[in-house]
Write a protein that binds this ligand. Structure first.
Ligand code: MF3
Ligand code: CO
Length: 289
C-alpha cells in the first residue's frame, strides 16, 4: 500500500501522513529491507489509543492497589475476586478475564507452586508463608490493560522471599534493556540472564503479549532469548513483560480438570511480576503503576 504524503495518516490521527507516521514508516521499511522483523501497523497505537489505554491501565492499578490494601492471611482467594469485581465495576470498567476463553472468574490468583491462571476459590484460604500472584486485567471503553504483583502472606521463607525479589529484578532488567528501535530479544535476554544467574529457571510456554486493543495480541514476549533478535521495538507499541520464574524446572503442568491452573512440574515455587509498557521515541513508559 502506498500512502500519499499529503493524505491522512493511516494511524487515525487525522493528521497529514507527512506530519505523522511518514518518517516512522520510512525507518521501518529500511529495517525491513535489512531483514528485520517489523511490527504490523495494527499494533502501533496513535495518541488517542494511548490516552484510552492509559485510562484503562490507571483503573487496573487502582484495582491492584485495593487488593494490596486488603489482602491478608485467613481470607479466601474468592474474596480477592470479590474485591477485584467491586473495585473494577465502581470505575465503570469490566474484568477482562471473566468468561475469556471460558475462564470462570475475574482475576487470577496463583499461589506458591502455581505458575499462573490460578482460579479464585472460596475454599482456598491464604495462610502464613504463601506467596501469591494476583493478576488483574481491565477493559475500559474497549481498551485493555494487564498487570500483576506478588504478595507475601505472614512469615515467608527466605527461599520464597529471594525468588519473589529476583523475579522483580529480572523484570526490571528487562525494562532497562528497552531501546526504541532495538529488539524484543534484548528484553528476553536481560530477564533470562538475571533469573539464571541466581540458579532459577524461566517458564517458556507462557510469555508477555501485546495488549491494548485486545487482551492478547502481537508480539509474543518471550522471557528467554537472544539480544539483537526478534521484533523491532517501535514507538507506539504496548505490551506486557511478565516473567514467570521457577525455583526448579521451567516445565509446567496444566490441570486437566479445570483446564487453567498451571503448576510447576516439580512442585517447587514460582513467582511472577507483570507490567504493561508503552514504547516511546525516548524509551518507555510503564502504564500500570
Ligand atoms: N492476565 C493473564 C496475562 O497476563 C491472562 C489471564 S487469561 C485468563 O496474560 F483468562 F486467565 F484471565
Ligand atoms: Co499478561
Amino acid at each position: 500500500m502506498i500512502y500519499s504524503k499529503n493524505g491522512m495518516c493511516w494511524c487515525g490521527s487525522k493528521k497529514k501522513y507527512k506530519h505523522c507516521h511518514y518518517d516512522f514508516d520510512q525507518k521501518l521499511l529500511e529495517l525491513k529491507l535489512k531483514g528485520e522483523e517489523t511490527p504490523p501497523k495494527s499494533i502501533i497505537r496513535n495518541a488517542m489509543d494511548i490516552k484510552a489505554i492509559k485510562e484503562s491501565a490507571k483503573i487496573n492499578t487502582a484495582v491492584l492497589d485495593a487488593v494490596a490494601e486488603r489482602i491478608h492471611e485467613g481470607m479466601s482467594t474468592q474474596e480477592i475476586d470479590d474485591i477485584v469485581v467491586s473495585v473494577t465495576h465502581a470505575h465503570r470498567a469490566k474484568c477482562a478475564p471473566y468468561r475469556y476463553e471460558g475462564y470462570p472468574k475475574s482475576v487470577c490468583t496463583s499461589i506458591n507452586e502455581v505458575v499462573c491462571h490460578g482460579i479464585p476459590d472460596p475454599n482456598r484460604i491464604l495462610k502464613s508463608g504463601d506467596i501469591v500472584n494476583v493478576d488483574v486485567s481491565t477493559i475500559y471503553k474497549g481498551y485493555f490493560s494487564d498487570a500483576s504483583r506478588m504478595f507475601m502472606i505472614g512469615e515467608v521463607s527466605q527461599n520464597a522471599q529471594n525468588l519473589v525479589e529476583v523475579t522483580k529484578q529480572a523484570l526490571q532488567a528487562g525494562l532497562d534493556a528497552i531501546v526504541p528501535w532495538g529488539h524484543l530479544g534484548d528484553i528476553s535476554h536481560a530477564v533470562q540472564t538475571v533469573a539464571e544467574s541466581h540458579g532459577y529457571n524461566v517458564v517458556r510456554v507462557f510469555g508477555g503479549h501485546g495488549v491494548g486493543k485486545q487482551f492478547h495480541e502481537e508480539p509474543f514476549v518471550s522471557h528467554v532469548g537472544q539480544a539483537g533478535t526478534g521484533m523491532i521495538l517501535a514507538p507506539g507499541m504496548t505490551f506486557t513483560i511478565e516473567p514467570m520464574i521457577n525455583e526448579g524446572t521451567f516445565e509446567v503442568v496444566i490441570d486437566q480438570d479445570d483446564k487453567w491452573t498451571t503448576t510447576t512440574k516439580d512442585g517447587k515455587l514460582s513467582a511472577q511480576w507483570e507490567v504493561m509498557v508503552l514504547i516511546t521515541e525516548k524509551g518507555y513508559e510503564i502504564l500500570t503503576q
